[in-house]
Design a binder for this molecule. Structure first.
Ligand code: ATP
Ligand code: MG
Length: 422
């Protein structure tokens, strides 16, 4: 059930009236200016979704906002003071406060801003009708572009002319698809879609970081397939991810086998096999080292070894060896991915083996080989490669015994190994 009750009032939400929020509102109102909640928190509260962060707007200039916050004893950070944004910290909660503004000049990536006192002008520079909502602290809603109705009808629509709005900031082309994946419940808006198709080649002018964040958020949606499909049909995908496979069949199977959306795992299901596509995407989109390594591993080990999981899923021993080598997270990823690949080739495969294998992974206790080099030295062995080899052989023996032998049993085995190498 949506928490939305009347067309112009939002029932007060706990985050609107909390002590932390009240302190920020009071500080900003003490200069006499109006303050409103804006953007995602209003949109999500109307929709009945959990809000992510709290954005506020006020006609006061950023310098004034800074001093009002400080005068109230709140922490004020000049995060983006040049384009009007100040961050307040109140009781550990973070608030982004933006001065009402219009974008006077844009180059497809950044805007030059001019401050204004006009709330409608500020709403007009926002991308989508549902993102142009604002709400007074008493719950009164302002909806200059029909965002409430669009939100209720699952219609993701630009404020004003789609082509013009995308040309001001090409990231909006991706935001259009991303928001549709989360809030859309009908076909994509034809005007937005036509603009996206026309302007897609300009996506290459965006920074890798901005594209990465959008793409990963899109992929984290519960049901991203219809939107991804229309990105393929409109040629957006070709520009965004030339490394993608022509079909979404693997992703479709993967989503069916997932518990929680996982963007990197999903991305690996979209990309062509091998090291190169993964490395290219990771470099272009400025992935962190950890993200890049994970993506590369999934696009190589996972895909190249199709048939890996069917082979080991039925074999508890082999699966536990994989768990020891790869760790539980990676093994889980590869089990799902491999299932998805197999299922894409031959639909409706039985998921029971996959689930049995995942259950074995859940039980994995992460055994640690109980011996160290020190133990061999204590038994009188000489330091050197022979000692290492003997320890390695004991570890192999221990693994093959399903990690069961105790430290004492391993020491006995080590004695035997050392005796045979002497
Ligand atoms: P979420 O935080 O869930 O992503 P949000 O809508 O709050 O949603 P923010 O990035 O916090 O997203 O942006 C706050 C608001 O700023 C948006 O609701 C929108 O009104 C505006 N906005 C953000 N990015 C753009 C953009 N590229 N073009 C136009 N308006 C934007
Ligand atoms: Mg936000």
């Amino acid at each position: 059930m949506s928490k939305f009750q009347s067309p112009d009032r939002l029932p007060l939400q706990p985050w609107m009236t909390s002590a932390a929020t009240s302190a920020v509102l009071l500080a900003l109102q003490s200069g006499g200016s109006e303050v409103r909640f804006v953007g995602g928190c209003v949109r999500d509260a109307v929709k009945g979704f959990q809000i992510k962060d709290i954005d506020l707007a006020t006609p006061d200039r950023p310098e004034a906002v800074m001093s009002l916050l400080k005068a109230a004893g709140l922490k004020a950070i000049p995060t983006g003071i040049d384009h009007g944004t100040v961050t307040a910290v109140s009781r550990g909660e973070v608030y982004e406060i933006t001065t009402l503004r219009e974008d006077v000049e844009t180059d497809g990536r950044r805007a030059k801003v001019a401050y204004t006192d006009d709330w409608v002008q500020d709403a007009a520079r926002r991308d989508l009708t549902m993102n142009a909502l604002s709400c007074r602290p008493d719950g009164l809603l302002f909806d200059p572009f029909g965002g409430l109705e669009d939100l209720r009808n699952g219609r993701v629509r630009f404020v004003g002319d789609a082509q013009a709005r995308i040309t001001e900031d090409y990231l909006r082309l991706l935001r259009f698809f991303r928001f549709h994946a989360y809030y859309g419940s009908q076909a994509l808006d034809p005007e937005g879609l036509a603009a996206a198709e026309l302007l897609a080649p300009n996506l290459t002018s965006l920074s890798g970081e901005r594209v990465r964040d959008e793409l990963l958020r899109l992929l984290a949606a519960k049901a991203p397939l219809p939107v991804l499909l229309s990105m393929i049909e409109t040629g957006v995908m070709k520009v965004l991810l030339p490394e993608a496979r022509p079909s979404l069949a693997i992703l479709k199977s993967l989503i069916a086998a997932e518990v929680e959306p996982d963007s990197i795992l999903r991305l690996s299901a979209v990309l062509e096999d091998g090291n190169e596509p993964a490395a290219q995407v990771a470099a272009r989109l400025r992935f962190s080292r950890a993200q890049a390594d994970r993506l590369t591993l999934l696009c190589t080990s996972g895909k190249v070894q199709t048939g890996w999981s069917p082979k080991i899923t039925g074999d508890r021993h082999a699966l536990r060896q994989a768990l020891y080598d790869l760790g539980v997270e990676t093994t889980r990823d590869l089990l799902r991915l491999d299932f998805a690949i197999a299922n894409a080739l031959e639909a409706n495969r039985d998921t029971s083996l996959l689930h049995k294998a995942l259950a074995i992974a859940d039980e994995w206790e992460g055994p640690v080989f109980p011996l160290r080099g020190r133990d061999a030295l204590d038994l009188g062995a000489e330091a050197g490669p022979l000692l290492g080899d003997a320890l390695d052989r004991v570890e192999v023996w221990w693994r093959e015994a399903d990690f069961v032998p105790s430290r004492d049993a391993c020491l006995t085995q080590l004695r035997l190994e050392l005796a045979t190498t002497e």
